[in-house]
Design a protein around this ligand. Structure first.
Ligand code: URA
Length: 434
């Protein structure tokens, strides 16, 4: 087989055979294909797309390009959750303990954040002492004892995706539905869960800006799961404005804890409740969404969710001190208010710009090897639908570097749209695909 012919075939809009896809994935994993040819192929896919069968073949070939975890000896239906990435999205921190407290084992392999979106592993890693790099045996023991465990995607898990994602990241080929669907689902299949809850974000802060595109991505992922013998449900949720009020790792952990204490923002609480309820359905504890929601509500109200969160944190070496205002999480040295000059209703708050500003402050990384500062971020005081007067505080920057203040304040102010008329409230949950 000749790789040049495979690139040409895709460039000309023809479907690749299963064997051609396996050949390609093997070449990416063992390094026999040079990056420039992989890049050319990825760009051909970006423009020509892949049909459903090709996308499935790519996902399966990538899933089996390295180790595949076998969790079959842990009793029960093991459930995983994945978000396609957003700004202020700390739902995993809230949802995992709620679902685990309901008796459904949760296995969570998470990635690090890249670009304007935050990564769950970074949020957990901001908790003093918390270990995200753990051996597989320890991970399994913890799922058995605590009912949930979180580790970073490491070792020899889906090496083909690791290389392909790094190439896509620097060749402007990330935003391709077949490539995103196969990248996400290959990791979910390899990490061994029986069922997968997918939170597909739609809006300015997401990869998918339009609902129609997000639907296509969701259907492709659910279909890949089905073909691999895994049940998957996709919830499409709005990512026009950041979720909750905190953006930045330590700040988001604090907000997740407050949500588990019943003091969280409405949108974060609602999305967490919906996702956790679907996870109970995937875990076959309930068949009705109302019953599942009622169970999650009880777990939250009784404090069992917070207790499970604490158990999970301690099992992974983490320490939080609830007697301190910041719970012992890292705090930034400078706090700066962003003030509005205009008055009116907030009609838009661009999640991408907020996420990008947080990254600029050091909360995220432009390259995977960048170090991040857990303490920095943005506290959002005003969101869509709120009324503001000139001089009101829109947001508070938490940062450690004086010379970033001006640019960050400017970007945050630009992220807000203010209008004299109140606009219609947009739904948070857009659609569910199963
Ligand atoms: N997340 C992934 O894991 N892969 C993608 O391609 C995009 C988002």
């Amino acid at each position: 087989m000749n790789f040049q012919d495979i690139i040409r075939k895709k460039r000309d809009g023809r479907s690749l055979s299963e064997d051609e896809i396996k050949y390609l994935v093997k070449g990416i994993s063992d390094g026999s294909l040079p990056d420039y040819q992989v890049s050319a192929w990825a760009m051909a896919v970006y423009f020509q797309g892949m049909d459903d069968r090709e996308t499935r073949d790519l996902a399966m070939a990538m899933a089996y390009s390295g180790d595949v975890v076998d969790l079959s000896f842990i009793p029960g239906v093991k459930v995983d959750k994945h978000s396609t990435g957003g700004v202020g999205d700390k739902t995993t921190l809230v949802v995992i303990p709620l679902v685990a407290a309901a008796g459904i084992p949760v296995v969570k392999m998470s990635g690090r954040g890249l670009g304007h979106t935050g990564g769950t592993v970074d949020k957990y890693a901001s908790i003093p002492g918390f270990q995200v790099e753990r051996g597989f045996a320890e991970f399994i023991r913890q799922v058995q004892q605590v009912g949930a465990a979180v580790i970073s995607q490491s070792g020899n898990l889906v090496p083909a995706d690791k290389k392909l994602y790094a190439i896509r990241d620097v060749t402007a080929t990330v935003e391709s539905i077949p490539l995103i669907a196969s990248s996400i689902m290959s990791k979910k299949i390899a990490s061994g869960a029986d069922s997968i809850l997918l939170d597909v974000k739609v809006g300015s802060g997401a990869f998918m800006k339009e609902q129609q595109e997000a639907e296509k991505l969701a259907r492709a992922m659910v279909e890949i799961g089905k073909r691999a013998g895994r049940q998957a449900i996709a919830v499409l949720s709005a990512m026009e404005q950041p979720l909750g009020r905190m953006v930045g790792n330590s700040l988001e952990v604090k907000e997740a804890v407050e949500t588990l204490q019943g003091r969280g923002p409405d949108d974060l609480l609602e999305l967490s409740m919906v996702l956790a309820s679907y996870m109970l359905i995937l875990g076959r504890k309930y068949s009705s969404l109302d019953e599942a929601r009622c169970c999650i509500r009880n777990i939250l109200d009784s404090g069992q969710g917070l207790a499970k969160f604490q158990e999970l944190i301690e099992a992974q070496g983490g320490r939080l001190n609830y007697n301190q205002k910041s719970y012992g999480l890292a705090e930034a040295s400078i706090k700066r208010e962003v003030i509005t000059q205009e008055g009116g209703y907030i009609s838009g708050l661009n999640a991408y710009m907020i996420g990008h500003t947080a990254m600029m402050l050091g909360a995220g990384r432009e390259r995977l090897e960048d170090r991040i500062d857990y303490s920095v971020g943005i506290e959002i005081l005003k969101k869509c639908g709120d009324f503001v007067c000139p001089g009101d505080v829109l947001a508070v920057l938490h940062l450690n570097c004086e010379n970033k203040i001006e640019a960050a304040c400017r970007q945050i102010a630009l992220a807000y749209e203010i209008n004299p008329e109140q606009s219609e409230k947009k739904p948070l949950i857009l659609e569910v695909i199963s």
